[in-house]
Write a protein that binds this ligand. Structure first.
Ligand SMILES: [Cu+2]
Length: 171
């Protein structure tokens, strides 16, 4: 009974350490994101949005009238966005794109598309750790100590069981 309790808590602590480590490893990975532009009162807001190649931009039209978001050079075009609906475009090309509404050409704004994110720098994980608020460096040595203690405890438990059992195989 006591052994079961200890084993369970050791598993729980080890799993917790693994999770902490996994989240540290995953944190710096960049992924595609969504950005949005509001259309209201015959204006785009914000006037300039910066995204990365692969990101999706959604224009949400709060006006009753139909608008579009159309790149001046034709790189992207939402087509007609009816009143109180939205349309999305996934950007595939880097650059600074002035765009307008085809229905109301005085409506203009800018979409800046940066190249896709570079791989994270080699010190990204250290940076994430030092930004943490609760014991930034404990997970690695703490986890190693837990794993070592757990392994030692299991060896001990196995040996004890084998000694106690009448039909134990030769050790
Ligand atoms: Cu318009």
């Amino acid at each position: 009974m006591v052994g079961t309790t200890v084993r369970r808590s050791m598993h729980a602590i080890t799993a917790g350490g693994m999770l902490a480590l996994a989240s540290l490893a995953l944190a710096p990975v960049a992924s595609a994101a969504d950005s949005s532009v509001d259309i209201a009162g015959f204006a785009f807001s914000p006037q300039s949005v910066t995204v990365k190649v692969g990101d999706t931009v959604t224009w949400a039209n709060a006006d009753a009238q139909t608008h579009t978001a159309t790149a001046d050079d034709g790189t992207f075009d939402t087509g007609s966005i009816s009143g109180n609906t939205s349309k999305s475009v996934t950007v595939t090309k880097a650059g600074t794109f002035a765009y307008h509404c085809k229905v109301h050409p005085t409506m203009t704004a800018t979409l800046v598309v940066e190249a896709a994110a570079a791989p994270p720098p080699t010190d990204a994980i250290a940076g994430v750790r030092s930004a943490g608020e609760s014991g930034p460096t404990w997970p690695l040595p703490g986890l190693a100590a837990l794993v070592a203690a757990f392994a030692a405890w299991r060896r001990f438990a196995r040996r004890t069981l084998a000694t106690d059992a009448t039909d134990a195989p030769d050790a």
